[in-house]
Design a protein around this ligand. Structure first.
Ligand code: SF4
Ligand code: SF4
Ligand code: SF4
Ligand code: FES
Length: 378
């Protein structure tokens, strides 16, 4: 173990821990913008500077490894002045649109401007990168809100492995770009949206979220993504019962803060008008059972050959009791007539482990067949 003091508090920590990590683990908050616990150290924003006994200058705590006997000071007038100056410089080229900004309430720049009581810049104001990119259907990139923290670049490289974006240009020209500033869809971007997740400002915003409500008006619902067997935890942000956007949360046990493109953007089926909300029975079977007066003839060609077939042409909605009774009757008739191996079960990755366990048990013991398979992923 390594022993040091932070703001006079004796702290023991594992070798290799940074001063920022040790401070946060001991409820000592240090302002930070470019740091993200799941990403490598950047050291770019300098907001996390601290004084180290024996060092001549303040040092970023996010890149400083704890050493035995270190004495750290995280708060004093000089550090506060430096941090205020950093935020002052950020907002000298950042529109203070917080009154209408979708990120208001969760934006880190807004949080620190508030905490340091900065209402306007003391420098000359100039938007250095008035670039607005809406070249894809998933999210917009509004560079005037970008503070060049580099979190998006690091997540794309270190977590996603897509390496779609990087810093381009120098000085005031510097901005986050794809190679040759091509549209995102022509880059290696896989549209996972993890860059949106880690962006501390409104520089990256899901299209579905724009203008749909203030952060504090949105309800939150945590659930498990149903797309594949990984079972990532998702948090939906909802307005009036409708999903506005999806994100992950740091406490998600499987996926941490990250999601793939299906989990993050593929949720519009939830309220799609075509979504089936009750069991459907083929119309000719329903006619035979006296459940409908309109018969229907099974077409000779495959239903897959029909473009966008309408389910209500060939099926009618029925209640669950009728559906389950009918399925049980048909299954037992088939087992009696053709034997248990005439039946096959295909389980779904959208079900829970427990549901799939019961499903295989039902097939093995109830029906008496090992004809079972599982769609491991979509
Ligand atoms: S990104 Fe943050 S600081 Fe900028 S306008 Fe939006 S809420 Fe305000
Ligand atoms: S959406 Fe994913 S792949 Fe595309 S730039 Fe963002 S992090 Fe990289
Ligand atoms: S787009 Fe967001 S995450 Fe990327 S550098 Fe700009 S502010 Fe940081
Ligand atoms: S958080 Fe440490 S330099 Fe940005």
């Amino acid at each position: 173990m390594v022993e040091l003091t932070i703001d006079g508090k004796k702290i023991q920590t594992n070798p290799g821990t940074t001063v920022l990590e040790a401070a946060l683990a001991n409820n000592i908050d240090i302002p930070r913008l470019c740091h993200h616990p799941e990403l490598s150290v950047s050291g770019g924003c300098r907001l996390c500077i601290v004084n180290v006994d024996g060092y001549s200058n303040p040092t970023p705590s996010c890149g400083l490894t704890c050493q035995d006997g270190m004495a750290i000071e995280t708060q004093n007038e000089e550090l506060l002045k430096s941090r205020r100056e950093i935020i002052d410089l950020f907002i000298s080229e950042h529109p203070l649109d917080c009154v209408t900004c979708d990120k208001s309430g969760t934006c880190l720049l807004q949080k620190y401007a508030y905490e340091f009581d900065i209402t306007k810049t003391s420098h000359e104001f100039e938007i250095s990168k008035p670039i607005y990119q809406d070249d894809n259907p998933f999210f917009i990139r509004d560079h005037q809100y970008c503070i060049l923290c580099g979190r998006c670049v690091r997540v794309c490289d270190e977590v996603v492995g897509a390496k779609a974006i990087d810093f381009a240009g120098r000085g005031f020209e510097c901005h986050i770009a794809t190679p040759f500033d091509d549209p995102l869809k022509d880059s290696t971007c896989v549209f996972c949206g993890n860059c949106i997740q880690v962006c501390p400002t409104a520089a990256l915003t899901p299209v579905s979220r724009m203008g749909k409500g203030r952060e504090w008006e949105l309800d939150r619902l945590k659930t498990i993504c149903g797309y594949c067997g990984v079972g990532c935890q998702i948090e939906y942000a909802l307005k009036d019962g409708k999903i506005i956007y999806a994100q992950s949360t740091p406490d998600a046990p499987v996926n941490g803060e990250f999601l793939c493109t299906k989990g993050r953007f593929g949720w519009d089926f939830a309220t799609a008008p075509e979504r089936l909300t009750s069991p459907m029975l083929r119309r000719d079977v329903a006619y035979e059972l006296g459940l409908t007066s309109e018969n229907w003839e099974l077409p000779q060609k495959s239903p897959l050959a029909v473009r966008k077939p309408k389910v209500e042409d060939s099926h009618i909605p029925i209640d669950w009791d009728t559906a389950l009774d009918l399925a049980a009757r048909k299954l037992s008739e088939n087992v009696k007539e053709y034997g248990p191996d005439s039946i096959m079960g295909l389980a779904s990755a959208r079900c829970t482990n427990e549901e799939n366990y019961i499903f295989q048990k039902f097939f093995r013991l109830g029906i008496g067949t090992n004809n079972l398979d599982h769609c491991a992923r979509l």
